[in-house]
Design a protein around this ligand. Structure first.
Ligand code: DGL
Length: 273
């Protein structure tokens, strides 16, 4: 099974920030990515819908024969964490590793969490941080417009629209004096420069994609599932909406070209369970 690919999914493009980190951490692993671009965003949907979508996404990756599944989506990780008990392969979301990194990074025990509405309403990051360190104060803010900004390539830190929305969402956190901010949605690292310009360099930003890649590498190691290959791994991408749209934006997230390695799939035709 060691030579099988790692399966990574997200509601859309955001999970590619985790793919990028995974390639850095484990360059010899093959990766199969699924982005549910036809149904993004998940962050404003009901709990039962998010769980059903997550089961279908994971089912598709299993049908490709993967050795591990990563939900590189803050929303799925927060709402559908129970997926872990339904899968025949190791699974992780982004909440656990990211909350750990934040609890470790904070010096004054004041942590901010930003994510989609579903993520913030679930209190997933907050509960995990408080479990680790009950003395922490955790402020939360949902930032649904950040997802739209990123999906539509409004990402320049100098763009007045980006600056305005960042200020609108983050002014109370700035006033409250947090020293650590969890980017609890995998779309958000793309606008981290704008966020950091606004909050100042004393606030540490925690990138959920990066922390999750490091954590997933440990899980693979513990399960003796690391690929012994010495060649660079291959990445294959599947999307539920058009390949062209994905190709246009994916390079920004990945900081490299997806080339011809993208295919469209119809999830309704994939049998789940
Ligand atoms: N990537 C998703 C997340 O991390 C955000 C987009 C969505 O709402 O589906 O929560």
């Amino acid at each position: 099974m060691r030579e099988y690919a790692i399966g990574i999914f997200d509601s859309g493009l955001g999970g590619l920030t985790a793919v990028k980190e995974m390639i850095k951490v484990l360059p010899h692993e093959d990766i199969i990515y699924f982005g549910d671009t036809a149904r993004v965003p998940y962050g404003n949907k009901s709990r039962s819908t998010i769980i059903r979508y997550a089961q279908q996404d994971a089912g598709f990756l299993l049908s490709k024969g993967v050795k591990m599944i990563i939900a590189a989506c803050g929303t799925v990780s927060s709402v559908a964490a129970g997926l872990k008990n339904e899968l025949p392969v190791p699974f992780t979301g982004v909440v656990f590793p990211t909350a750990h990194a934040a609890a470790k990074a904070t010096r004054i025990k004041r942590i901010g969490v930003i994510g989609t509405s579903a993520t913030v309403n679930s209190n997933s990051y907050k509960n995990e941080i408080l479990r680790l360190d009950p003395e922490c104060t955790v402020m939360q803010q949902d930032c649904p417009l950040f997802v739209s900004l990123v999906e539509n390539s409004f990402i320049s830190p100098e763009d007045p629209i980006v600056k305005l929305i960042v200020e609108r969402y983050l002014s109370s956190m700035k006033e409250a004096g947090i020293d650590t901010l969890i980017l609890g949605c995998t779309h958000f690292p793309i606008i981290s420069k704008a966020i950091s310009n606004y909050l100042g360099e004393n606030v540490t930003l925690i990138d959920s994609g990066k922390e999750t890649a490091l954590y997933a590498a440990n899980i693979l190691k513990e399960n003796d599932l690391l690929n012994k290959n010495t060649e660079p791994g291959a990445c294959r991408y599947y999307v539920s909406d058009t390949v062209e749209d994905f190709r246009k934006t994916a390079d920004i997230f990945l900081e490299r070209s997806v080339g011809n390695e993208v295919s469209h799939i119809n999830l309704e035709q994939v049998m789940v369970h």
